[in-house]
Write a protein of this length. Sequence first.
Length: 283
Amino acid sequence: MAEDLKVSYLSKDDLLCPVCSTSFQREELLSGGGRLIAGPITDELHRLYEPSSRYGDVYPLIYQGTVCPACWYASAEKDFTGLPPGAREKAWRDRNKRIQDLCEIFPDLDFHGNRDLVTGAASQYLAMLCYDYFPPSSAPTIKQGIAALRAGWLFDELHNKNPGEHYNWLAKLFKKKARFFYTEALSREQSGQESIASAKILGPDTDKNYGYEGVLYLSALLSFRYGPVEDPEYRIEYLGNAKRTLAKMFGLGKSSKSKPGPLLEHARNIYDRINRELNENDE
């Protein structure tokens, strides 16, 4: 690719994998120059981007996961070198399994080249797996939720590019995983096992940090949209919990002028939809 059409570059400083000691350079997204043309934000708080006439489609999310190209240990950039020494042996022992599991989906996967939608989605999947190695003080559960949700969005993009390849099924699967992790993260915080605030940046996308309110909102939205439906009584129960979560968020919104307006707009919409479904079940 011509130098003036590049959308990414390799960092000057080498990274050393804490699991296998492989040295590599991280690929970074270049900013400016009309590379990113912001489009609308979805109700899942995912920022869409318009294709650039000069650079084509650019996906900031594909560069977010840092992956060792040798052992496929992965995490967000700021966590990559922070893997606790005691967890490194387990991450090393598991290397073949995570490589084999991912190769069942993408047989020719290679993290040595430039990122694309496939390696971007795979990097988020690997990060979701590897946060199992991090201690509760690192808020690994909500980070797994964010990684799963981002993987789901990238599989959505793959489906748009390659309809008929079942990427939409994978997108839904990972959003279901995100629902589990978001719900579990809130449960663990309430029990004192983990603090969501330890994650600091809660995204879920790269353009805005919606913080704790975003976690509350997404836990409700994901429960409504991707929660199990087989047991009607169970669905009524967890939708009731989602409704209370959103009601709590409205209370926070009334007391703070700093609350993001669009987030509350989305929350009220989902609140109304949950209410309608619960009322239909009462009839």
